[in-house]
Design a binder for this molecule. Structure first.
Ligand code: NAP
Length: 313
């Protein structure tokens, strides 16, 4: 159902265009419908299979091959593709954006996105970059669900001279999708996310591959004896390879800086193990444990072993 006729209140936006309809794009569609936030939702996706599926699932009323066709008449456009595709998308949609249209995004890096998208947004439209800190290792149009953003942070990284009304509107939109909103600079976002998300994913990809490449451990043993720690790494490492390729290509400096610090700390642990320094090991592990407790106390995860990410039924 594309329209919002059941909702008594006027929707915040008449027409939402979602460019990219994977996990995040489809979740925005579900959550926006749940909140009665938009009138019509249209979309654009790279492949015919996803376009057909998005219409079949009712995520969008129409799904275009060319993103420029989707944004015509839209008062809110959200880029939900891998960040490496943003430049081309911005070039295509720029000339079709109407007066007052708000363009935002969900990309996991921000400075590169601002660099790639901003130059193509005409003066009569507004670009406010964003990143919902919410996700699962699933991808594609069937992966989305309305509750994905509930209680999660969404970071907005507006330019200092951005339109205040547009900022207030996109902030309110994310709050109504279920999120808490924080505003910061794109550069600060990239530094924070490098250590809280990007480096952990890189480590997960690496740990899983190191185990898989061990000649004396067969694949079946890796699967059969996958204890909690390794299993959680495999879940993270199941994330979309294209999305993560683009994250590392576009947040190079911050990731390298954090990897440097990580390597130094790892060497300290290595030395503690080599020299049997149990006190140092225990102190380090206790410190890390208190971080986990802090995350649970802040309501950003549950103590459940599935990391609280199971799709609500
Ligand atoms: P996804 O499930 O893999 O979906 C990506 C979507 O983008 C697909 O519909 C894909 O189309 C489409 N796409 C690719 N290139 C395109 C192009 N040139 N034009 C239009 N559509 C294009 O990925 P996702 O997890 O939703 O991630 C989308 C964005 O959200 C990324 O920028 C990512 O950094 C960010 N993000 C992800 C998470 C997470 O946990 N997954 C969390 C927060 C933010 P086809 O299916 O037709 O190929």
């Amino acid at each position: 159902m594309a329209s919002n006729e059941n909702n008594a209140q006027a929707p915040m936006f008449k027409k939402l265009a979602l460019i990219g309809l994977g996990l995040i794009g489809s979740s925005i569609s579900h959550a926006a419908r749940r909140g009665g936030l938009v009138g019509e939702i249209v979309g654009s996706s790279a492949t015919a299979a996803t376009r057909d599926k998005a219409v079949e699932l009712g995520l969008v009323s129409r799904c275009h091959e060319n993103p420029a066709d989707a944004v015509e008449g839209a008062d809110l456009v959200i880029l939900c593709a891998p960040v490496g595709a943003y430049k081309g998308i911005a070039e295509a949609i720029g000339p079709k954006l109407g007066p007052g249209a708000i363009v935002s995004d969900v990309g996991s890096v921000k400075a590169a996105v601002v660099r790639d998208v901003s130059p193509h947004i005409p003066d009569h439209a507004h670009f406010i970059a964003g990143h919902p800190i919410a996700g699962t290792e699933q991808s594609g149009p069937e992966a989305g669900f309305a509750e994905l953003f509930d209680g999660r942070w969404c970071i907005l990284t507006p330019d200092a001279d951005c339109d205040r009304m547009a900022l207030a509107k996109i902030e309110s939109f994310w709050q109504k999708l279920g999120s808490r909103v924080e505003i910061m600079s794109a550069e600060h976002h990239d530094l924070v996310l490098a250590i809280t998300s990007h480096v952990p994913h890189l480590i997960a990809f690496n740990v899983v591959n190191t185990a898989a490449h061990l000649e004396r451990v067969t694949d079946s043993e890796v699967i059969k004896f996958s204890a909690g720690g390794f299993r959680d790494f495999t879940r993270i490492a199941a994330s979309d390879p294209v999305m993560w390729r683009d994250v590392f290509l576009n947040n190079k400096e911050a990731v390298l800086e954090m990897l440097g610090r990580f390597s130094e700390d790892l060497v300290a642990l290595q030395r503690a193990i080599r020299f049997g320094d149990g006190e140092a090991l225990e102190r380090t592990f206790a410190e890390a444990r208190s971080v986990r407790r802090g995350i649970i106390q802040a309501g950003q995860d549950t103590a459940a072993p599935d990391f609280g990410r199971r799709k609500p039924s």
